[in-house]
Design a protein around this ligand. Sequence first.
Ligand SMILES: Cc1ncc(COP(=O)(O)O)c(C=O)c1O
Length: 387
Amino acid sequence: MNTKEKDRKYIMHTYNRFPIEIVSGKGSLVYDENGKEYIDMGSGIGVTAFGIADEIWRDAIIEQTSKVQHMSNLYYTGPCAELAEQLCERTGLKKVFLSNSGAESNECAIKVARKYAADKYGSQRNIIITLNNSFHGRTLTTLAATGQEHYHELFTPLTPGFISVDAGDLESIKNLVSDGNIAAVLIECIQGEGGVIPLEKGFVKALYDLCQENDVLFMVDEVQTGNGRTGKLYSYMNYGIVPDVFSTAKGLAGGLPLGATVVGEKAESCLGFGDHGSTFGGNPVSCAAALSVINRIDDELLDSVMEKSSYVFEALKDAEGVTDVTGMGLMIGIKTKAPAGEMVKRLNEKGVLCLTAKDKVRLLPALNIPMKILKKAVEIIKETVSE
Ligand SMILES: Cc1ncc(COP(=O)(O)O)c(C=O)c1O
């Protein structure tokens, strides 16, 4: 049996895979089993921040694997502490919990919210407000946080304690907060899986102020938007606010599993010994990879992300077959006249790997995608959507 046959026989059919086996790559180019070249405009859903087999990233991993690949969290390890220091120094927040994925980083944020509110106000204050059309993960609790009913249907009962409201509906949130049982609000500044939709700045600021006035933790899910993706280190930095808690994963370790939940002063002492844990969380190899990623996300790189972003927006906004372009930085949604799924299939055939998000074609290329390759991909996209 070849890879596709084995996969179909032995892997649960939870992914509707494209008929492509990726066997190697370099930077923003990947190659399939027949040697066909593709421009990678999805970077593993925003994970390979500096592309495939990037040398700085790879050297950081090799160096750490030859020292120690894993220790339990019963002991100190350097990369874990250093990464936490970087995340705190670069954001002004105070403490970090390291896990392995986006869903886990949100699980920790949710535990922080519940414990913070219960310690101060009693355990009845346990409701978390999220937004309709959001996505926060696939565990039963993060599914409950996800404001999209169709993800819930087959898996009830979900974890109780979540209410979803429409983005922009501050009045409903005010009413809920006035009951005194709201522990936290959890938002994505740009709804990724929901269709690459940035929240309005006025709404985010007003929501933030409401949370501060009522001691409701303001939590931002930076799983997809974080680590340079939107042209800032974290997307909340585009909104002139500093959250009490944020969660991140995906691009953080550039292709190894790592999640981080970062908390500010209010909740920094909220979780104590035994309140949370993870066998693999803070793994030294993942942390060494993440340090190599975070240390490269400087002003120069962020400026280049914005420059490439402007190029894509400019090139596509009036292109034939395109009805809308949304997003921020290198997190871009393209609404096309033809269905997005159909577009992505045609783009695959022409050697460009893209994602979808609801009714849009979604681009999440590596942050360092060379301009020449980006231009080639955009030309192929323009040509394909106009056909
Ligand atoms: C905003 C957001 N939160 C959470 C998740 C879940 O992350 P993971 O798949 O690493 O658990 C995702 C994944 O797409 C996401 O986009």
